[in-house]
Design a protein around this ligand. Sequence first.
Ligand code: NAD
Length: 481
Amino acid sequence: MDSEFELVINGKTTGASSGETFQTDNPATKEQLATVSRGAKEDVDTAVQSAREAFESEWRETSNAERAAILREIATNFRDNADRLAKLDCLDQGKPLSNSQHSVNQAARYFEYYASAIDVTREDSIPVGSGYTDFTRREPYGIVGEIVPWNYPVQLFARSLAPALAVGNTVVVKPAELTPLTAIEMGRLIAESSIPDGAVNIVPGFGDEAGAAVSAHPDIDKVGFTGSVRTGQKVMESATQNLTPVTLELGGKNPYLMFPDADFDEMADDLVIACLSNAGQTCSAASRLLIHEAIHEDFIPVLVERFEELTVGSGVDDPDIGSLIGSDHFEKVRNYIEIGKQEANLVTGGRSTESLPDVSEGYFIEPTVFDDVSPDDRIAQEEVFGPVLSVIEFSDEEEAIEIANDVEYGLTSGVATKDIDRANRIARELRSGQVYVNEWYAGGIKAPFGGVKNSGFGRVKGTEALDQYSQVKNICFKYES
Ligand code: NAD
């Protein structure tokens, strides 16, 4: 593996204009993994200039079919380098190797999916009256600035880039400072395709330097931000100066509502994926289990047994649960576990690296369940972003909906019941951008995704993402009669 990673600007790797670098570590061992060029405002300026040139001189004039062919070429480059990308993701982010392999496959799928989607888009013709022809065109914004978090660096890079490029934008990406390596590597692989130089630029660096320069840039036409509510507010505030439109994909405190007719074993298996994927560092994770009082007591032992079977270890050994991202976040999650012990009843888990049998270094926390959580408790309201589930009891449908909706977030939610009418009723009442019935994460990349309330606004995934990265122009012709 390379130990030095640079910016990718105008199709070439280059150091930061300041010459400065920063370090990225392996969270499973705390060892230094690589040295990364520290991009800042001047580098963002150069990247934007290069994106502008690529947009004006070439990319905006390409046909949908031409862009689709290039997106497919990029997907092939990712697949041809899948092992290397997955290993890099696993080492830099800490997730189990098979999850990183899945992420790389998903990244290729995003490019393939948007290649197909853009090639079959249609535009509207509007009957405004005799003697006129009125139609709409979807046009790219121009330059998209994309700011990406650390939890799914491979998938989130592709989730935003593929639709933005598909509709004809060029892009400047600011990856998270904790996980910059895969974005740089994917940027290099994109530069090896037939895409014009400068269509995709990668500027690694810190949020208040490179990130702030992206959100405040006067020549960026659209900002896509994925991350925390606090940073999302800052991004929106600075984008306001230039009236730059933003999409905000923020956090969640997502409820899974379980009714007495749900299958216990299926639900325990689903909660492993829903709550614990990526050690719970997932915006759309089910972090609250809302359970009917009639099954509460009987289900908890089934859940605890399932959670206690899971292995915790270094991502390269492909355990069930990998490491958390780094020291600050590790301490934050451990602090929430201490808060949880005061507020509720710890029924399993709670231990971290020094008390776990199979790890000695790094940032590990075992699957943790708090029972008898009250809806107002901090561990029921705040995003912990770790392998921690809060269990809350309800007595009827109405109460379940009220508890589910009574948080600041509204990203995803789920209902487990065999009663289709009930599921349908509840799905309409839940205030979230997506509802899963009987299987968390059902839907995949073709289903639109995004939040309501403090989980943000705008939709990614699905064909909705093509709308998100383009704007409508209406053209009306009057003919001589
Ligand atoms: P974060 O907000 O700390 O950072 C996200 C990105 O913003 C990073 O690249 C960071 O460098 C950059 N940034 C920081 N300060 C900035 C500033 N002042 N101006 C511009 N950019 C700045 O978030 P995080 O801790 O990396 O990610 C975790 C959060 O992301 C969680 O809340 C999670 O729920 C959320 N998330 C949401 C989604 C979604 O699709 N809704 C997906 C993944 C993660």
